[in-house]
Design a protein around this ligand. Structure first.
Ligand SMILES: C[S@@+](CC[C@H](N)C(=O)[O-])C[C@H]1O[C@@H](n2cnc3c(N)ncnc32)[C@H](O)[C@@H]1O
Length: 323
């Protein structure tokens, strides 16, 4: 069978600068769509180790973006600035400094002037208390000379075995007059285009992978919602906080016993997804390696922060007419 690289062979590989790169979910997807990552940056040492163990051909600078004065030339700029301030798991305070890292992205955009850029972030950015920040990003990017569009995409609609809704902002340099369209869903959940499932993703993995999942009590906040899905469904959203990781389907079922209160409905021992299972549910390659330089929480964090590679591959392919 032809590989992804065969399909696009013969076309020049567009160059990418990747910011807020993490462990490389977005970059892995772009590499599958035949892009070349020429520069990556993040301040997390473990994210860098994880990235380079799997994608060794990238120049990866591990430092605060504010210290990087100049960026290489690129066709595409991508960046998924942190989202603690906007996310369900975060404190949701719109004044937090972390919510303004888009200004660093904007600085790189004005310096590089790529043909296009892509940003991914949590859908909470559209909430009424954050919409001013989203609008400010869009105004800045338009003033930098880009025609900008945004949309919420669900990873499950692109073959990822996970329900994960995120906002994608795409900008095309205005002088190029390229009409951008977001990629059409490949999986709708209908019988002819079924979602990928937890069962498909976890095939071949042990049921109790000792040392690879967080063994900690399920506190009241964990039990405030149903964190379990069935084998035949896509998983619930993989998050970066290990404590909030959804349940593996071997866990007992849950039933609602009050407002924001759930309890075990059947017998058995519950457990969270392991970090390796979480990586599969994010759509990472099955042989994705985890170096031993980080603690279990860092492994969960880097994977939970990532953009699912198959979704970003579709985004990369949706820009093909530009190169
Ligand atoms: C949402 S994650 C990005 C995930 C990545 N796109 C992926 O697909 O794997 C955001 C990243 O921003 C990084 N970050 C936060 N503040 C930063 C800063 N000041 N400079 C550089 N990186 C930063 C975090 O360490 C985190 O890895």
């Amino acid at each position: 069978m032809a590989s992804k690289h065969d399909v696009v062979r013969g076309r020049k590989r567009p160059k990418v600068v990747s910011l807020f790169t993490g462990c490389g979910g977005s970059d892995a997807g772009l590499i599958d769509a035949n892009y070349e990552i020429v520069f990556a940056n993040d301040l997390s040492p473990y994210a860098k180790d994880l990235y380079l163990a799997n994608l060794p051909n990238t120049e990866y600078r591990c430092e605060d973006i504010a210290t990087i004065k100049s960026f290489p030339v690129a066709d595409l700029l991508v960046g998924c600035y942190p989202c603690q301030g906007f996310s369900q798991g975060g404190a949701r305070i719109s004044g937090r400094k972390v919510n303004y890292l888009y200004r660093q992205f904007d600085r790189a955009l004005r310096q590089i002037k790529p043909r296009a850029f892509v940003v991914e972030n949590v859908s909470g950015m559209q909430r009424s208390d954050f919409i001013h920040l989203l609008n400010n990003q869009i105004i800045r990017f338009r003033m930098a000379g880009y025609s900008v569009d945004y949309r919420i995409l669900n990873a499950a609609n692109y073959g990822v075995p996970q329900q994960r809704r995120r906002i994608f902002i795409v900008g095309i340099r205005s002088d190029l007059e390229f009409q951008y369209s977001f990629p059409a869903p490949t999986h709708t959940g209908e019988s002819s285009a079924k979602f990928a499932t937890v069962k498909d993703a976890l095939q071949g993995l042990p049921t109790w992978p000792s040392g690879e999942f967080l063994e900690q009590k399920f506190h009241w906040y964990y039990m405030s919602r149903n964190r379990r899905c069935e084998w035949a469904e896509p998983s619930k959203t993989i998050v970066s906080n290990a404590r909030h990781m959804p349940l593996h389907p071997i866990s007992p079922r849950l039933h609602k016993i009050g407002p924001d209160k759930w309890d075990w409905a059947t017998d058995g021992e519950p457990r969270r997804f392991s970090y390796r299972e979480a990586a599969r549910l994010q759509g990472f390659r099955h042989d994705w390696k985890f170096p031993d330089t980080g603690a279990i929480r860092e492994k969960y964090k880097a994977i939970g922060n990532a953009v699912p590679p198959p979704l970003f591959m579709h985004i990369g392919e949706s820009l093909n007419g530009l190169w």
